[in-house]
Design a binder for this molecule. Structure first.
Ligand code: AKG
Length: 199
């Protein structure tokens, strides 16, 4: 290897060590669904009655529709809600195949609408859930991680990445237990479809 190539490779490696780019247990894939699939999912979502979300006592600006098992943040209980509509089956199967689980492993499907300016604040996902997988429709967003609780010594430890439309992320393990995540104000209308397995 020529010296300048080696120097560059070493420098890049030092700046962005692969293992600290994303928390362990977090995975991201671009162009997971096609534009046709995105449109098909969006056409289903616009038919739905989305309602404002109550999150830790506050009404968030984002709106949701939940199917399957639903976690109530106020009462901290899991209840069985409406059946997951069949129109989402192709997405569920595609995600399940990608992350090597059975499609029936997903206990919840959550649709979230993020109007311009809306956010999701720092949180870890609800305790009864295990693997979390999310697809972005229409627009992307910034997705941030910071160490959770006592592990959070330093606010500068935020890891920020860009989720593009039609991408898929999934998280499990340390990314769920040792990190919390948030989305700062979006600058374009975004929808997300989040799938969760039960523990
Ligand atoms: O919109 C997203 O992709 C993130 C959703 C999320 O973090 C949540 O619903 O708890």
């Amino acid at each position: 290897m020529k010296w300048h190539v080696f120097t560059f490779a070493y420098f890049v490696n030092t700046l962005f060590p692969a293992e600290t780019r994303w928390p362990e247990g977090f995975f991201y894939l671009e162009e997971f669904i096609s534009e046709v699939e995105e449109k098909k999912l969006y056409d289903e979502i616009v038919k739905m009655d989305l309602h404002p979300l109550l999150f830790h006592g506050y009404e968030a600006r984002r709106k949701v529709a939940s199917f399957g098992y639903d976690w109530n943040f106020q009462k901290r209980v899991l209840t069985r809600g409406k059946e997951i509509p069949g129109a989402f089956r192709f997405l569920i199967e595609k995600v399940a195949e990608k992350i090597s689980i059975s499609p029936d492993g997903f206990g919840e499907l959550l649709i979230t609408e993020y109007p311009v300016g809306s956010v999701i604040n720092w949180h870890r996902d609800a305790p009864p859930f295990d693997i979390i997988a999310g697809t972005s429709l229409l627009a992307g967003c910034t997705f941030r991680f910071r160490p959770y609780g006592k592990l959070r010594q330093n606010r500068k430890e935020i890891i920020s990445l860009r989720l593009n439309p039609r991408s898929l992320y999934w998280m499990k393990g340390l990314a769920r237990s040792h990190w919390e995540h948030s989305i700062p104000a979006v600058n374009q209308l975004r929808y997300s479809i989040t799938l969760r397995t039960l523990k």
